[in-house]
Design a protein around this ligand. Structure first.
Ligand code: NIG
Ligand code: FE
Length: 423
């Protein structure tokens, strides 16, 4: 009999579905929406999309095993949606291991930045790097993320700060998108820092008059895809007016607004993002109550980055206040030369311990809410018929082991599956 379906994952102890309503998903409903099917099975069609999820007896009565190209017997295992990492900076050359020692000795992020290190150090090395070398390191990093269960990852530019290198980075991301199985959402972050020797006004002009128009031409020509626009809105970096001008220009080109705000100082970034209809704002360690309320009303997702607060010893973002206000709380690794972490399971662990999120809230933050932050919650982030067949099979009887086993994802993750294929 010819096969009709790509993959059956059968008899899992638990299948964590995470129901969404297809469009706007609010984290405060996380617990109700974290549907767990005991002894469940998942069917993925030849188009790579999910056909059915449910109790094994029902699924197997309707979909006989012989119709499948591949069957995974998940007895004693769990299935969760592929993890979504809503914030990474994965394209760069030159690590900053030396700065880690400085920070451990007490230097702040901005001390290092002002001394010419931090982003400036990485910019220098990334400008000098050849595109194939950047692609090779990006491929290795995305491979690590994939092995840690991430199936959709946001990838930013932002270590060029001028047209040529920003385009080089976006082209590298585009090559990775076309050649690797992992799903990518790409972000132009040309306003990640003010280049050495330039004022904020000059840097803003360069983004508005040189970089964005050139990108628009490439996007229109169809040879480069860019999904989101980002700015580092921070005291001493891009102020509120510059941030507004750049984000508006990006939005006018059809990009989703998804930016760094209220990280080291309260900047009213949250209010600005809400006003501009931002899809997401990252960091928010210093967001005010008014900012949280504005984001809740605008349905702007908060992308919380537990690694940053941990490494820089910053105050923790107020996840509980955000959740209580009904914010859509997503998680990201913030992988970058400052926060060298490719593991969303570790990020979820930190979110639970340091930010007091529950494990269901953390999983929702690392799946459907992160997909929402990237404008992909209609196709990714939950195990529902019609969505992409991206899932992770865990070698444990309860899914919470993925978070509980600190740094233990290598042992817990058995298979990572994208569009029905084991990768
Ligand atoms: O999200 N805050 C700005 N950007 C990054 C850090 C980038 C870097 O230090 O290279 C962040 O933490
Ligand atoms: Fe970042």
């Amino acid at each position: 009999m010819p096969t009709k379906y790509r993959l059956l994952v059968k008899n899992a102890s638990q299948v964590v579905v995470i129901c969404s309503n297809g469009e706007k998903y609010l984290q405060k409903d996380a617990v109700q929406n974290l549907c767990v099917v005991d002894n469940g099975s998942v069917v993925i069609g030849c188009d790579g999309l999910i056909k059915a999820v449910g109790p094994s007896d029902d699924v197997q009565a309707e979909y006989p095993e012989e119709l499948f190209e591949k069957v995974i017997d998940a007895t004693g295992m769990c299935v969760i949606p592929g993890l979504v990492d809503a914030h990474t900076h994965p394209v760069w050359a030159g690590d900053r291991v030396h700065e880690f020692a400085m920070k451990l000795a007490g230097a702040s992020y901005m001390d290092v930045h002002r001394a010419g290190g931090g982003i400036h150090f990485t910019v220098e090395h990334t400008r000098a790097a050849a595109a194939p070398d950047l692609l090779a390191s990006l491929t290795a990093r995305l491979g690590r993320m994939l092995r840690a269960g991430s199936t959709l990852v946001e990838c930013k530019s932002g270590y060029g700060l001028e047209l040529e290198t920003e385009v080089k980075m976006l082209e590298v991301i585009e090559k990775a998108r076309r050649s690797l199985p992992i799903n990518i959402s790409s972000t132009y972050c040309g306003a990640h820092a003010v280049p050495r020797g330039k004022t904020v006004a000059e840097a803003t002009e360069d983004v508005l008059r040189v970089q964005l128009p050139a990108l628009r031409r490439r996007i229109t020509a169809g040879d480069l895809r860019v999904d989101n626009i980002d700015v580092f809105c921070e005291r001493g970096v891009f102020d509120l007016d510059a941030t507004r001008a750049i984000l508006q220009a990006g939005r006018d080109m059809g990009l989703h607004i998804n930016f760094h705000g209220d990280e080291l100082h309260p900047m009213n970034s949250a209010q600005l993002g809400a006003e501009l209809g931002a899809l997401a704002i990252s960091h928010l360690e210093e967001v005010t109550d008014e900012g949280i309320a504005a984001m809740a009303t605008a349905k702007t997702a908060a992308v919380l980055l537990p690694t940053t607060a941990y490494i820089l010893r910053l105050p923790q973002p107020r996840a509980r206040a955000m959740l209580e206000a009904g914010l859509i709380v997503a998680l990201g690794s913030d992988f970058n030369p400052n926060a060298y972490c490719c593991s969303m399971p570790l990020v979820m662990h930190l979110a639970c311990v340091n930010m007091r999120m529950t494990m269901p809230e953390a999983l929702v933050g690392a799946t459907i809410n992160a997909a929402y932050a990237l404008g992909r919650s209609d196709t990714h982030g939950s195990l529902e018929a019609g969505k992409h067949g991206d899932l992770v099979v865990l070698n444990c009887r309860r899914w919470e082991h993925l978070i509980y086993q600190l740094g233990g994802h290598h042992e817990v993750i058995r298979y990572v599956i994208i569009k029905g294929s084991v990768v």
